[in-house]
Ligand binder design. Structure first.
Ligand code: MN3
Length: 212
């Protein structure tokens, strides 16, 4: 039986690579402590049903209904935490100079740019709606751009570490609005974090997910 444990992925850049928008201290704690804890707690839960080590974290999160009751909540929270953060690190990159062209900055282009315009009116309107949705999430959670069940773009928010995949939506971009993602730098002003975060979004990766 495959009993390979889930592992914490390395960050695809240095801890300080997202400064000044996300501090090195936040990135170290967020990756090395928070994400690491989700991975450890997921593995600890799966020890009770080791046959589930054969499933990827995404498969577990997509099929929560099939998870045994005694570990379902642990897999929902920690499997979700592992999937969400793995995607989150890949969705960011060091900020590029504001003088760079849209292509160099990696803003959405092609079909994704067209879909965003068609669905939300403009890229700026999309960002405003995404930020508002993230700001309104009460307590801890995430704000997402997803391809919904009909294949259309939609902005949604989930509580805690819930992932849109559990309800059949395909997440293509997510921002973490837990206080641990911003409090050391932005204190209580989540709205400022949400605005600053756009500087470090890796649109090439978002487009890759959109086209998948
Ligand atoms: Mn987090």
């Amino acid at each position: 039986m495959n009993t390979k444990k889930h592992e914490l992925p390395n960050l695809p850049y240095a801890y300080n690579a997202l400064e000044p928008y996300i501090s090195e201290e936040i990135m170290m704690l967020h990756h090395d402590k928070h994400h690491a804890a989700y991975v450890k707690n997921l593995n600890d839960a799966l020890e009770k049903h080791p046959e589930l080590f054969s499933k990827s974290a995404e498969e577990l999160v997509m099929n929560l209904n099939n998870i045994p009751e005694d570990i379902k909540m642990a897999v929902r929270n920690n499997g979700g935490g592992h999937v969400n953060h793995s995607m989150f690190w890949e969705s960011m990159m060091p900020a590029v100079s504001a003088k760079a062209s849209a292509a160099e900055r990696g803003e959405p282009s092609g079909k994704l740019a067209e879909e965003i315009k068609k669905t939300f009116g403009s890229f700026a309107d999309f960002q405003t709606k995404f930020n508002d949705t993230g700001a309104k999430r009460f307590g801890s959670g995430w704000v997402w751009l997803v391809k919904n069940k009909e294949g259309a773009l939609e902005i949604m928010s989930t509580a805690n570490q819930d992932n849109p995949m559990t309800d059949g939506h395909m997440p293509i971009l997510g921002n973490d609005v837990w206080e641990h993602a911003y409090y050391l730098q932005y204190k209580n002003v989540r709205a400022d974090y949400l605005k600053a975060w756009w500087n470090v979004v890796n649109w090439q990766e978002v487009e890759r997910r959109f086209n998948f």
